[in-house]
Design a protein. Structure first.
Length: 160
């Protein structure tokens, strides 16, 4: 399309909008009840459309597998986009966000087997319920790499 055709379409749209606006203003002056009634109906329709969206009332996301004690699995955090981000093994279940050891890790003080890379093979030792959720935490033992034999607690969603 040329610039002239685009300009003609814009002018036509402006003219139509102007006519519609003047028609609404005439209706407001001549019959205010009808004018405000139409606006009320449009607002009501907008509210009904906004409130009636969606059939599903549930939020879906990653779900935990049916894990079995003694079986081998792989550590993978479904909430992380970064594949290289490690999964932290804890001594106590439920202490996931209870402390910040970032300074210790930067200084090299933290035990190197506390943070295990994703994709590490582990076997399940036991489960722990938390907050009404069955098997929320899993005690795992690392089966490969430099931390082979070390164990700790992770969220069950991190065991795939």
């Amino acid at each position: 399309m040329s610039n002239e055709e685009n300009a003609n379409k814009v002018d036509a749209a402006k003219e139509t909008a102007g006519k519609l606006f003047s028609l609404m203003m005439d209706l407001k002056e001549k019959n205010a009840k009808v004018f405000f009634g139409v606006i009320g109906v449009l607002v009501l329709l907008l509210i009904v459309m906004m409130m009636s969206g969606g059939d599903s009332n549930t939020v879906t996301g990653p779900t935990a597998k049916n894990l079995v004690v003694g079986q081998q699995y792989v550590l993978k955090n479904p909430n992380s986009y970064e594949i290289a981000s490690p999964i932290q093994l804890l001594a106590v279940p439920g202490a996931i966000a209870a402390f910040d050891d970032s300074e210790d890790v930067e200084k090299g003080k933290a035990d190197s087997c506390r943070r295990v890379s994703q994709g590490t093979a582990v076997s399940i030792i036991e489960f722990q319920d938390f907050g009404g959720k069955k098997n929320a935490f899993v005690k795992v033992q690392v089966e490969d790499g430099q931390c082979k034999g070390s164990s700790g607690w992770v969220l069950s969603i991190d065991v795939q």
